[in-house]
Design a protein around this ligand. Sequence first.
Ligand code: MG
Ligand code: MG
Length: 273
Amino acid sequence: MGQPKIQYKTNAQMRTMREAGLVLSRALDAACAAAVPGARTRDLDAVFADVLKEAGATSNFLGYHGFPATICTSVNEEVVHGIPGDKVLADGDIISIDGGAIVDGWHADSARTVIVGEADPADRRLSDVTEEAMWRGIAAAARGRFVGDIGNAIDDYVTGVPGEKLGILEDYVGHGIGSEMHQAPDVLNYRTGHRGPKLKAGMCLAIEPMLVRGDIETAVLEDEWTVITVDGSRSCQWEHSVAIHEKGIWVLTAPDGGASRLEPLGVTPVPIP
Ligand code: MG
Ligand code: MG
């Protein structure tokens, strides 16, 4: 059996994905602002869903293999795929909010981490390192030749950063995105001996490192969705959807296309022609 085929998008298709990305960015703004002490995770889902609805976009999470909400809310030792519900956020919680949007059949996928109220400095650092690791991966998508260059850049940055050692999850990875949320190729967040497919115009990738303050072993709870760290250590996820086109790259889910975070890394993103 061969590898699943990569879907190469036209510029027009990527511009529609950009529309989905901008709606998604606004919906995440609303969900992140709602992540305050005393809020329930289902409140975040409600404000997120409202932004999609007002924009005429639909959710790619709701109903995905039966998933019951428009976002995943993963708190503290929960890594990914947490289900919004009656859980009440408390001061110092670290929550990853992962959401998606569809416009005219084209998908966007993005995640951010918020520390509720007063942050433990070690959690603040976990989130900052994970976010910067994502940007290093995105810069590698602009400069590199192969998909494997993304994981190499993330791994090199995380392992080289001074201070408490952070683990890079291997059980969950990034992915291609387009007319479906999850497409080929897999985008690993760590260094392997494989360079992977060539980075080419028309590729759109969701780059989403997940880091933990302890061991990288994970387990799935009885709800069959929520992924936790086995040792209970805190975890974090950041994600953007990125388009590679003939003039450069453009971060579909960042309002500025990624300019403010990529220019310090020597990459100038370019709008899709
Ligand atoms: Mg996601
Ligand atoms: Mg994703």
